[in-house]
Write a protein that binds this ligand. Sequence first.
Ligand SMILES: Nc1nc2c(ncn2[C@@H]2O[C@H](COP(=O)(O)OP(=O)(O)O)[C@@H](O)[C@H]2O)c(=O)[nH]1
Ligand SMILES: [Mg+2]
Length: 461
Amino acid sequence: MFDALSDKLQSALGDLRSRGTLDEEAISRAMREVRLALLEADVNLEIAREFVGHVRERALGQDVRKSLTPGQQVVKIVHDELTALMGSGSSQLAFSPRPPTTILLAGLQGSGKTTAAGKLALLLKKDDKKPALVAADLQRPAAIDQLMQLGEQVGVPVYADERSDPVKAVRDGIERAKADGRDVVILDTAGRLHVDEALMEELAAVRREAKPTNVLLVLDAMTGQEAVNVAKAFQERIDFDGVLMTKLDGDARGGAALSVKHVTGRPIKLASVGEKLDALEWFHPDRMASRILGMGDVLTLIERAEAAVGDDEKEEIERRMMKGEFSFDDFLKSYKMLRRMGPLQGVLKMIPGMGKQLEGLDQVNEKELGRVEAIILSMTPHERRVPHVIDGSRRMRIAAGSGTTVPQVNQLLEARKQMAKMMKMMGSGKMPQIPGAAAGAKPRASATRKSSSKRKKKARR
Ligand SMILES: Nc1nc2c(ncn2[C@@H]2O[C@H](COP(=O)(O)OP(=O)(O)O)[C@@H](O)[C@H]2O)c(=O)[nH]1
Ligand SMILES: [Mg+2]
């Protein structure tokens, strides 16, 4: 995700990170590079200029805190400003006190509305909601079929009537959802290739009928600044509460995601990061900023792990992680989970410190994963539980036993250490100084635990 931007920002700041002191010249040089990186990511000129202005001002005026080097502080400032740019507000949807909650998806044709409707239904279902899908795109019969198929795949009812009109389809759909005791209704509407008057009128009519609890604009991140222009046009005509940004997995440059909040004042609430049905995530600006800056995204990692693994196993690992007792046995289990958690490279990048290490590897494939397993399996049970006993000669033995090299063993030892450190800081509520410097991670970490117990309840039913 945003690979090019991420690389450029990291290299712009790389020089600062390692410096003990900072002068104006060094900051200016870095800021020129940051500005260029943003422009190349298709962030609009004015936003890029303003962004760099803020960072520079804060960097020059910073009161030097003992805990961070000046270079690290600049990285933290960039992190904070990126977070602020993407919106520090909540990514929650509104839920109606009188169900059903209605969610209207609007957007251009091909932006990903219909697939997003299916993905959102699945996401809400996992959160113990009872969603239903309503087809309000009646222009093409194929659109209804597509929604029907998605509904079947995620196990959610679809209300559709191809002979209806969009307004009536929405009215009937909501009625049926109520009668069936569904508590969330997702409305999939028609799009056009371009913003046009007929589309806006249809949407306005559907909106009047549905009185939706949430209007989400679906935007294709791959279209860059064009997506931002589309957002402006929709805002003027029908307005929306938040954005569901799609196709963040492709080679999207990031401009749309970085600019849309600033331009429209509406936050990104959800991010679609792949074609698979489980590739929809709640959007957290602070976590996204961490990912872009290569600081890892431990919270999203934990959430994905939760979704991929049995509850008991997970709670045990999580409890120990939070105490910093993250043994190689836990690591191995987590690694096996990783295989079930989606595209490997993306997952590994969320581990703090792994982003850079992955640079040399063009693709992390099953072979590399196999190597990690082989290394851990070559450790004695005691070594796995108490990794700090692994000295030089043990490393040589492990490398020989697993058919790997000592540097590869070292790299794994280091990765475990980083993770354990990170987890411990999160568990104690102290945020790490640089990686993922975002405030507010503590409440989220506990929210994570809460949601896990909820899932557990569900599993018992
Ligand atoms: N790679 C990728 N493809 C997506 C994503 N979301 C949607 N697509 C694809 O985009 C195309 C258009 O999606 P669709 O939901 O039919 O768009 P709609 O016209 O707005 O309803 C389909 O081929 C989807 O598989 C995403 O997050 N990542
Ligand atoms: Mg569609």
